[in-house]
Design a protein around this ligand. Structure first.
Ligand code: HEC
Ligand code: HEC
Ligand code: HEC
Ligand code: HEC
Length: 393
């Protein structure tokens, strides 16, 4: 046991002791992201999950550029959104942000391969993104240098170069990478697999981008004068609300919000007949229940979206309104103002049939009703008895 503790202490010492940068030895910071999967910023549904976002990333780098230099900023791929109109807006917005943040290299991997090539190449060019991919239209690998260290960044496992610091960007599963890939100094993964810290395998340092960009990875290499890695350490920088956003990138995110809103407004198919009555109607016969509901956060759920500028984003509205996406449910605040917020009918079910015959029972309210919205992602503290107590009436 004692030996084990000693070993762990030694390990911690080597990992966290400051690395001296004397005349012969150089330090290089590799700042990396990977597997953003279209995440522009956290939803803010709960303080616990309020972490991540490119505006904070940019803000952090602006304030700390000097202290981090010399550095390379790399995205290992799988950053883009889905191949839907909104997903493409996300991809475009991320690339605009990456251009401003000044990424040195951005890999295109599986998620990017699923998008139309002309769309991606146009947006990348517009934003002067240095794309790395194994395809004739792009750079196969990026040769660059920092502080006289020659560097090669590539995505093809056979593309390492002698005499350079070789960095591979891959989205292969960790198990394959550990088994099969040699001769690279550093591998940055974008497979979405989360590693607590770097792994060392076959002499290669393996790190993996934080899923959905919650944290920036900072791998600090200590190099000898020929560019060989002598030592390294690693830390995660969680992008929490304590980090000031870059107003320029915030502007791009706000622009995204208004473009999403336009996209959403174009789609105006509205049902004439509706199964939803709205809380106001229920209140006519159930005044005390309506009064107690008004005191819950459910009754302000839409106002909270409006405060964050997201009231026209279908990825948010669904859980902050009533019957969204269903015939006769909430559409937008202009066309269906009576169905904003999480109303009675989200829990009790649509009320048209009940109005015709109040004796007809509504659906029982069970935990599964809540879980439609109180998911792990959005409501990490959800606990049925505790939450039920707060909304009981
Ligand atoms: C799957 C359902 C769901 C989606 C989608 C969703 N939310 Fe929420 N949101 C919730 C729930 C549930 C809560 C309450 C969480 C809790 O307190 O446990 C919440 C709370 C919030 C709050 C209040 C936070 C506070 O403490 O004041 C805001 C603001 C918010 N969400 C914004 C958003 C935005 C912006 C989006 C879209 C990017 C979004 N939500 C998408 C379910 C959702
Ligand atoms: C249609 C989606 C939806 C359903 C269904 C839903 N909620 Fe919520 N709930 C929300 C949203 C959104 C919020 C956050 C509102 C805000 O503050 O903006 C919330 C907030 C809450 C809060 C306040 C949290 C706090 O810490 O103050 C409680 C409690 C809660 N819900 C309990 C429940 C329970 C219990 C159920 C099931 C019986 C349920 N909810 C069903 C969407 C939903
Ligand atoms: C977050 C979920 C939720 C919302 C929103 C909600 N209720 Fe309820 N309601 C419940 C739960 C849970 C119960 C108690 C369990 C049950 O009877 O199914 C209940 C009970 C009731 C009852 C009594 C049922 C009985 O058997 O005595 C009435 C009436 C009622 N609610 C009306 C409303 C009205 C009207 C609104 C809107 C103004 C509303 N509720 C909003 C969850 C909700
Ligand atoms: C015209 C008056 C009226 C309106 C409007 C009305 N109700 Fe009722 N509701 C009643 C009456 C009367 C009962 C009692 C029936 C009984 O005791 O069997 C009842 C019972 C209920 C119950 C408890 C019994 C059950 O079915 O679980 C719930 C929950 C409920 N209503 C919810 C709602 C909701 C939600 C709305 C709005 C969508 C609504 N009611 C609108 C008259 C109304």
């Amino acid at each position: 046991m004692k030996i084990r503790v000693l070993l762990i202490n030694l390990l911690l010492l080597t990992l966290f002791s400051p690395l001296p940068a004397n005349g012969k030895e150089r330090v290089l910071n590799i700042l990396y992201t990977g597997s953003l999967q279209g995440e522009l910023e956290p939803c803010g549904c709960s303080p616990k999950i309020d972490i991540g976002g490119v505006a904070r990333l940019s803000g952090y780098l602006k304030e700390n550029r000097k202290g981090l230099s010399p550095y390379l900023l790399i995205d290992a791929g799988n950053f883009s959104g889905d191949d839907t109109p909104q997903g493409r807006l996300k991809t475009e917005t991320l690339l605009r942000a990456y251009g401003i943040i000044g990424y040195d290299a951005v890999a295109f991997r599986e998620r990017e391969a699923a998008l139309p090539e002309d769309f991606l190449s146009q947006v990348s060019k517009q934003n002067k993104i240095r794309v790395i991919i194994d395809s004739p239209h792009y750079t196969k690998s990026l040769l660059t240098s920092r502080d006289k260290v020659n560097i090669n960044i590539g995505t093809n496992t056979d593309g390492h170069e002698k005499g350079r610091l070789n960095i591979l960007l891959s989205d292969a599963p960790l198990s394959d990478v550990e088994k099969g890939i040699k001769e690279w100094d550093v591998i940055i993964l974008s497979s979405g697999e989360e590693l607590e810290g770097p792994l060392k395998s076959n002499g290669t340092i393996i790190v993996s981008g934080s899923l959905k960009g919650k944290k920036l990875g900072i791998l600090t290499l200590q190099l000898d004068k020929s560019g060989n890695i002598r030592n390294y350490r690693h830390r995660w920088l969680p992008l929490g609300s304590d980090i000031k956003e870059d107003p320029v990138v915030r502007g791009i995110l706000n622009d995204y919000d208004s473009r999403v809103a336009r996209l959403f407004q174009e789609d105006t198919a509205l049902a004439a007949e509706t199964d939803y009555l709205g809380a106001q109607k229920c209140a006519e016969c159930h005044q005390p229940y309506a009064e107690s509901w008004k005191k819950t956060r459910h009754a302000a759920a839409f106002a909270h979206l409006e405060q964050t500028g997201k009231s026209l984003d279908p990825e948010c509205v669904g859980c902050h309104s009533t019957g969204f996406g269903e015939t006769g449910g909430f559409h937008n605040i202009k066309s269906t103002p009576g169905l904003a917020d999480v109303q009675c009918e989200e829990c009790h079910g649509a009320g048209r049939g009940h109005l015709a015959d109040p004796e007809k029972p509504l659906r029982p309210v069970k935990e599964s009703v809540c879980l439609k919205c109180h998911t792990k992602d959005r409501s990490p503290d959800f606990n049925y008895p505790v939450y039920l107590e707060k909304i009981k009436h």
